[in-house]
Design a protein around this ligand. Structure first.
Ligand code: ADP
Length: 624
């Protein structure tokens, strides 16, 4: 039993690899969460940070409300099952399962009770006296699960546990793990690169790419409302067809592709176009294979390849003017053969549109609602709302954000229809509802806002025509400048303060901050020896290129004085050629915020040196 919260979690490995960026997730007690994505996307790193096997570079991890960043793995009450189940070959199944408990000095009778119970749950009671070499792959994997179960952990972490099994066994073990989750009623976090495993096992799925979370949602919603082309094509087999097209909005919303083929959205679906479009705009048109059928009328195509898979047939067909075949999934039909001319009907209610450039979805339920916004003296005005910013929000806004802020985004799935604390009210009128497999989306008109305000909720009693108050939690609101660049920091801007010792010897004054030593001309500092608080001034710090990075990019290394190693984990663009950079620096407990010019980017050079010139800090004596 455990709730987990990952807040702005980052991992930058020592070599500078950014494995995980800004991972945010709240996991409910007893939830089955799956992390999925291609190899190298950061799934295992995230899991290992939860387990405590990998240090968290920045951000917070809470288990049941307690911050555990620095808690030893053994004290987190978490059990991990790996792909490589590494059983001790010389020990029996019984001993393999009980060994960890024995090390923890659990009494023998208790070990016996737990091992026998786990064996019973897993159906391996008759194997307890066998050695691993006398077990099949599936049985060994069960023993590995048993070893985790006997620890009676609050959270199970499973890292590709089925990858070493053959296809048939994987399917069987998949359903056994689902049953096990129900039976143990414990939080499960499961890592896989296999989208079928993810879709069949998870209550919710986290789709990752290149260290960034792409989308977190139920399998049904991810399938029906993917936020971008990556999610759309990663989930589903065969994958969604996505091809270049042009959009026209006269006499209905139409998509043109290939040699003059055209398909039209229904009136109601057309309302779900969430981006302003001009006639002839380039878009990407997406449609799943099962949403295309063979019919008497429709788009002309020639069958290229046919695959009969028992209950269904997959048809690969060429549409004139399109580079790739379109994939069609139909009930088994042996009359369809290669070379045949067919016509394809598209179920346009199930079709998708993506922005040609950003590859983000522009049709259906948008993940974010967009508003034009003005910020003035700590008051944000957008649509019909005037919102005096509370401190928890304003402390994260950079000073000079005020003039440039022009946009505000609100996550569509974080909005409540009943009153919640720390929220802003937006008044709207429901225009229509769009019903998905496990959620309903409300498309509402809000005075002063272009397009719809969209709210996705598990269920609702709201009906078209209703006047509704929408409660938007502060955490669901994000400010950006006119270019969509974030203006609000993920974290409060740090005060950059640390305790230090000042000591003058002859001509030199040294400032020792927890082992980091800065050295200045005594005459310039003119401060008596003693204990002080040093505060770094964000905008007075300078930086030095990493030598390797400088060489590679033919940049000049400026020799600077008083440099300290800084490990950067994130940056926020501030506009005006400046970046706010969040750093960990030895000696400072929390992070340090530095405002550097934007030729520097942590994404290119996460480990570097900052310099602390003598005008870049203040010293305040420690009282008493
Ligand atoms: P996944 O589990 O999704 O395959 P990982 O979390 O294992 O991905 O890896 C994410 C990224 O971090 C990859 O680029 C990988 O090469 C890198 N990485 C993983 N472990 C280390 C390590 N110990 N040191 C440096 N880089 C690492």
């Amino acid at each position: 039993m455990a709730k987990l919260l990952l807040e702005n979690v980052y991992k930058v490995y020592d070599g500078g690899v950014r494995a995980v960026s800004d991972f945010n997730l709240e996991i409910d007690d007893k939830e089955f969460i799956v992390f999925v994505g291609p190899s190298g996307c950061g799934k295992s790193t995230t899991l290992r940070m939860i387990a405590g096997l990998e240090e968290i570079t920045a951000g917070n991890l809470y288990i049941d409300g307690v911050k555990v960043n620095d808690v030893e793995p053994k004290d987190r009450n978490i059990a991990m099952v790996f792909q490589n189940y590494a059983l001790y070959p010389h020990m029996t199944v019984y001993k393999n399962m009980g060994f960890g408990l024995k090390l923890r000095k659990v009494p023998a009778a208790e070990i016996d009770r737990r091992v026998r119970r786990a064996a019973e749950i897993l159906g391996i009671s008759d194997l307890l006296e066998r050695k691993p070499k006398a077990l099949s792959g599936g049985q060994r994997q069960r023993v590995a699960l048993g070893r985790a179960i006997v620890r009676e952990p609050n959270v199970f972490l499973l890292d590709e546990p089925l990858s070493n099994l053959d296809a048939k066994l994987r399917v069987q073990m998949r359903s056994e793990i689902i049953k096990l989750h129900k039976r143990l009623a414990t939080t499960f976090i499961y890592v896989t690169h296999d989208q079928t495993e993810a879709m069949t096992m998870g209550d919710r799925i986290v789709v990752m790419k290149d260290g960034f979370v792409q989308q977190i949602d139920s399998p049904a919603t991810l399938y029906e409302q993917p936020v971008n082309v990556f999610v759309a094509t990663f989930l589903g087999s065969p994958q969604m067809n996505v091809f270049p097209a042009k959009l026209y909005n006269d006499d209905g919303l139409k998509v043109l592709f290939g040699n003059d083929n055209s398909v039209t959205f229904g009136k109601e679906k057309a309302k779900q176009l969430s981006a302003p479009c001009e006639n002839g705009d380039d878009v990407l048109f997406g449609i799943r294979p099962e949403n295309i059928s063979l019919s008497a009328e429709g788009v002309e195509a020639v069958v290229d390849v046919v695959e009969h898979l028992g209950s269904e047939t997959i048809v690969y067909a060429a549409i004139g003017g399109l580079e790739n075949n379109v994939i069609v999934k139909i009930p088994t039909d042996h009359s369809v053969v290669a070379g045949m001319s067919v016509r394809l009907a598209f179920d346009m209610d199930k079709a998708h549109l993506f922005d040609y450039g950003t590859k983000q979805s522009i049709m259906g339920v948008p993940p974010q609602n967009f508003f034009e916004c003005k910020l003035n003296g700590g008051v944000a005005s957008f649509a019909n709302v005037t919102w005096e910013l509370p401190e928890s929000v304003s402390e994260k806004l950079f000073d000079f954000a005020e003039e440039s802020c022009r946009k505000l985004y609100i996550a569509s799935d974080k909005i409540s229809l009943t009153e919640i604390p720390d929220s802003v009210v937006i008044k709207g009128k429901v225009d229509f509802l769009s019903v998905g497999s496990d959620s309903v989306s409300i498309f509402a008109k809000v005075a002063g806002k272009d397009g719809y305000f969209v709210v996705r909720t598990p269920s609702t009693t709201a009906r078209p025509g209703d006047d509704v108050d929408f409660y938007v939690p502060y955490s669901a609101i994000r400010f950006t400048d006119g270019n969509g660049v974030r203006l609000i920091s993920r974290e409060a801007v740090s005060d950059n303060v640390a305790r230090c010792t000042v000591k003058t010897t002859g001509e030199k004054t040294t400032i020792n901050v927890g082992g980091t030593v800065l050295s200045y001309n005594a005459a310039d500092i003119d401060t008596p020896d003693g204990e002080y608080y040093i505060k770094l001034l964000s905008d007075k710090l300078d930086f030095e290129f990493d030598k390797k990075y400088a060489k590679k990019n033919k940049l000049e290394v400026r020799p600077l004085e008083n440099t300290v190693v800084a490990k950067a984990y994130d940056e926020d663009k501030l506009g005006g050629g400046k970046n706010a950079v969040f750093l960990s620096v030895k000696g400072w407990d929390g992070y340090v915020t530095a405002v550097l010019n934007d030729e520097f980017s942590v994404y290119k050079m996460p480990v570097f040196r900052i310099s602390v010139p003598q005008n870049a800090f203040t010293l305040t004596p420690v009282e008493g």
